[in-house]
Design a protein around this ligand. Structure first.
Ligand code: ATP
Length: 246
């Protein structure tokens, strides 16, 4: 049975909230994306400050994953701008500032759990205050250190990806359906991680179909419109991001 260390998340990760008076961590202006001339989303305008979560909601096919991939620099927008702490988000800045948790776990199937994390920390960096062993305790994978990634269940793979996110030094987490494949305790784990990350001055974008409650943190909502018709029918505009709430 998986047990996550409930005390480790807040204890290790909650320095006093940082008070920022500068530009927002993420600012998006007029961002638009189309495939084969069919609009997927936009134009979108929103910002996310340190200590805030943006919950990106929408039906299947409404463009949530596409938006996160555009923000991560994996797809090129048709128009619009993305700034991180007031700087235009070029590839180097995105690599430093963004950590992307996608649908696919992005693991090396024939490497063990610890080997995977070492590899990923080598690629993306590691928070000085965190150890791989500590991250495995946080996500409930202590005892699985030498297990090959291909021998993990879907939920365990998701937890390993969450451990990678936990170790990342990036302040902005892009989390695509982070609750998928997780049991109820895993869903709570995601919410505790998000809360700790925000308390430490980070920010998160979280996509969801709306099946789960927002993490119990300062949250803005961005509702994407209904999916575009593949033959070029109209797509509903996205609702503007709503004001912060708790
Ligand atoms: N690789 C692709 N090639 C062509 N079209 C794609 C591709 N990926 C997504 N799409 C289309 O782009 C639109 C948005 O897809 P996207 O995956 O961003 O939606 P989503 O809101 O994340 O959906 P879901 O909730 O089902 O995960 C959909 O109409 C989809 O069919």
């Amino acid at each position: 049975m998986i047990r996550t260390d409930r005390t480790t998340v807040p204890a290790d990760a909650c320095p006093p909230p940082s008070v920022s008076t500068g530009p927002a961590l993420l600012e998006v202006h007029g961002l638009r994306f189309s495939r084969n001339d069919v609009p997927v989303f936009g134009p979108l305008d929103f910002e996310v400050g340190a200590g805030e979560a943006l919950l990106v909601q929408g039906d299947n096919g409404s463009g949530k994953t596409t938006l996160l991939r555009v923000l991560a620099g994996l797809l090129r927008a048709d128009a619009g701008g993305v700034a991180i702490r007031g700087e235009p988000a070029g590839p180097l800045l995105r690599a430093r500032a963004l950590a992307y948790l996608g649908h696919l776990p992005g693991l090396k199937a024939d490497l063990g759990v610890v080997e995977n994390l070492r590899h990923l920390c080598g690629l993306h960096g590691q928070r000085r205050s965190q150890t791989i062993e500590g991250a495995l305790a946080v996500v409930g994978l202590a005892g699985y250190e030498d297990t090959l990634a291909r021998q993990l269940s879907a939920g365990q793979k998701k937890r390993l990806s969450l451990a990678r996110l936990w170790l990342s030094p990036a302040p902005l987490w892009l989390m695509d359906e982070p609750y998928a494949n997780l049991d109820l305790e895993g869903i709570e784990l995601v919410n505790r991680m998000v809360r700790a990350h925000l308390d430490a001055g980070g920010a998160s974008l979280v996509t969801t179909h709306g099946a789960y409650a927002a993490p119990p943190v300062r949250t803005r909502l961005l509702a994407l419109g209904r999916p575009s018709h593949p033959n070029g029918g109209p797509s509903a505009p996205a609702a503007p991001a709503s004001e912060p709430g708790t």
